[in-house]
Design a protein around this ligand. Structure first.
Ligand SMILES: Nc1ncnc2c1ncn2[C@@H]1O[C@H](COP(=O)(O)OP(=O)(O)OP(=O)(O)O)[C@@H](O)[C@H]1O
Length: 579
């Protein structure tokens, strides 16, 4: 019911004349903010593309204060013997599969081995260039903080604390310094405020004339959302804001009414089914792996194939960024690319001569992204990786109609209904009594499920670490009707930077074709990456920009005055998603 109401809010184009006149839609005064675990995308709704920066901040460390440096790449872990064996066996079996693959013209595809690659790189000596003009940023260069890509150059000798406010697709709460909710909100205020002033060139004092749309994760934590609205309206001082889920925004960006949306980010992969601007709650899945895990898997593989840049330290920000660039430039899922391929890269560290490498890499380029379909290998970056679904709503002291209230009133109403039933049935024919017993059973079920809801408040539903194809199948299986399942199987939208691997859509298509249940098989399954030639990592941002200008979105805006007065209840009433 609540979902239907919100659907009406989002899609309703019959905003009253008065409202639309009083609030003209001006794309230049709408700022769209899409924060990610690695990247921040920010820009005016009227911009063709947003500014994309590393979503990180470095702050000078206090003398003798605690040190905390969030890594650029998700770190690898010490593998147990069994896990190491499992990872190696999985790669071995993947290599075996590649050996039996055909190219698109039907000819056998020659596979490469790690030994072949190691042999080809044995003689590789890097070419030394001139001394790099890059410089590390030191404490004396900085007044308060460093933001964005500059953070990669924050002096390594423990002068700075480095924070990424988002990790694994959600706020990066941790027990270390800078890991509390208030510290993270302070970091976000600084980073976003800095971008607005310096990249968008809007003075902070002017923000009351601007509105913000915040793109939030599909699976969200209500407490965090409440704080983020406060950050936009009170701390940053925007004149209005609304929140939109990234998957819903992606369907707007792609111009689709219904799609199973798959977001391949840096540290998470999320899937959900969206129809008419609503992400179906039961279909939401977030998995603990993304592009960063693929980069680490790639490094693991090339190390075993004699990677000649022996000094590489993936935990060093500049090497982490270098490995990421090589992955982005060369890794693929295209079976027509085979044999040893030339890979060129330059190692550049401030103040020392650059080193240019020309090396060969073989099937490692394909095996690394194939981890998306063989998730056992992601044990490399964590042996307890999981998936999760949307947590149930919990109580909020500021919201008199919070989930607890709804649960209580449902229980009371249920009890009264039962009492009424028993008095009325007492005077009835015993045959009718038995009919009522059946009805009562049904209502008990409702109460049971409400009780179960209470038991799982705030606890994200734990799920298995599905592979990409399994996650899509599981998500679609949870759609409420067969018709919807059919629609979702016919249109799968891939977004996020990780969707850019060449050949990913064909690979996924082939995997899914074999597994879609016969009765739901659509005439055609379309897998869309980069709709309308858009960069897949910008689709959600674009969608939010489009939404902000729709007349139907005008009733979603939350104003600072009403937020101060009414608070979180406004989100229940206005959010374009089930609160
Ligand atoms: N051409 C490419 N090929 C493969 N991967 C790419 C390419 N370009 C970017 N990526 C990867 O995409 C990821 C970043 O994607 P995106 O910006 O969508 O993530 P994010 O929003 O910051 O993170 P998250 O969604 O996990 O919160 C990085 O891991 C990056 O290496």
């Amino acid at each position: 019911m609540a979902e239907d109401r919100n659907l009406a809010v989002t899609m309703n184009t019959s905003v009253t004349q008065e409202q639309s006149q009083s609030e003209p839609i001006q794309a230049q005064t709408c700022i769209i903010i899409h924060p990610g675990s690695k990247n921040l995308r920010i820009g005016r709704a009227s911009d063709v593309n947003p500014h994309t920066i590393l979503h990180a901040i470095a702050r000078p460390r206090r003398p003798k204060g605690p040190l905390h440096r969030d890594p650029v790449l998700i770190p690898t872990v010490e593998l147990s013997k069994e896990n190491k064996l499992q990872v190696d066996e999985t790669y071995q079996s993947m290599r075996g599969t590649l050996q039996s693959c055909l190219r698109s013209d039907g000819t056998p595809r020659p596979a490469t081995s790690a030994q072949q690659v190691a042999l080809a790189n044995k003689q590789c000596i890097p070419i030394q260039g001139s001394v790099s003009k890059l410089q590390y940023v030191t404490k004396s260069d900085v007044e308060d903080y460093i933001i964005g890509d500059q953070v990669l150059y924050a002096h390594s000798a423990d002068q700075f604390n480095v924070h990424f406010p988002f990790r694994h697709g959600d706020l990066n709460i941790h027990a270390g310094v800078g890991g509390s909710l208030s510290s993270i909100l302070a970091d976000l205020e600084t980073i976003w405020g800095h971008c607005i002033t310096n990249l968008l060139e809007i003075p902070k004092t002017e923000l009351k004339h601007y509105r913000a749309v915040l793109v939030i994760p599909d699976i969200y934590n209500r407490l965090f959302l409440k704080e983020l609205v406060g950050l936009l309206l009170i701390q940053l001082g925007f004149g209005g804001c609304f929140l939109v889920q990234d998957h819903v925004a992606a369907t707007f960006g792609a111009g689709l009414g219904a799609a199973c949306v798959v977001d391949l980010g840096d540290q998470k992969t999320s899937v959900s089914c969206v129809e008419d601007a609503l992400s179906q709650r039961a279909t939401r899945i977030r998995l603990d792996y993304g592009g960063s895990d693929i980069t680490q898997a790639f490094y693991y593989l090339i190390q075993r194939a004699g990677f000649p840049y022996k000094e590489c330290q993936p935990q060093h920000p500049l090497d982490g960024a270098l490995l990421t660039r090589i992955k982005e430039g060369y890794c693929h899922l295209n079976l027509d690319f085979c044999g040893l391929r030339d890979v060129n890269f330059v190692v550049e560290r401030p103040g020392v001569p650059t080193l240019r490498y020309h090396i060969k890499i073989g099937d490692e380029l394909l095996l690394a992204p194939l981890g998306l379909f063989n998730t056992e290998v992601f044990a490399l970056t964590g042996q307890d990786k999981r998936g999760q679904g949307q947590a149930n709503a919990s109580g909020d002291p500021e919201d008199p109609h919070d989930a607890n209230y709804l649960r209580e009133t449902s229980r009371r109403a249920h009890k009264e209904a039962l009492e009424n039933q028993s008095t009325s049935t007492a005077s009835m024919d015993p045959i009718d009594n038995s009919t009522n017993a059946g009805g009562q059973g049904e209502e008990d079920l409702v109460v049971d499920s409400l009780a179960a809801d209470a038991a799982t408040d705030d606890q994200p539903q734990q799920q298995l670490l599905y592979s990409l194809d399994q996650a899509i199948l599981h998500s679609i299986e949870r759609c409420s009707s067969d018709e919807m399942k059919r629609r979702m199987y016919s249109c799968i939208l891939l977004v996020g930077g990780g969707a850019k691997f060449e050949g990913l859509s064909t690979w996924l298509h082939n995997r899914l074709l074999l597994q879609i249940p016969f009765q739901f098989r659509p005439e055609q399954t379309e897998i869309i990456v980069g709709p309308k030639e858009m960069d897949p990592s910008m689709v959600a941002w674009k969608g939010a920009a489009i939404m902000s200008c729709l007349e139907s979105a005008q009733e979603l805006w939350i104003r600072p005055t009403e937020w101060k007065k009414i608070g979180v209840r406004l989100l229940r009433e206005r959010a374009p998603f089930y609160w």
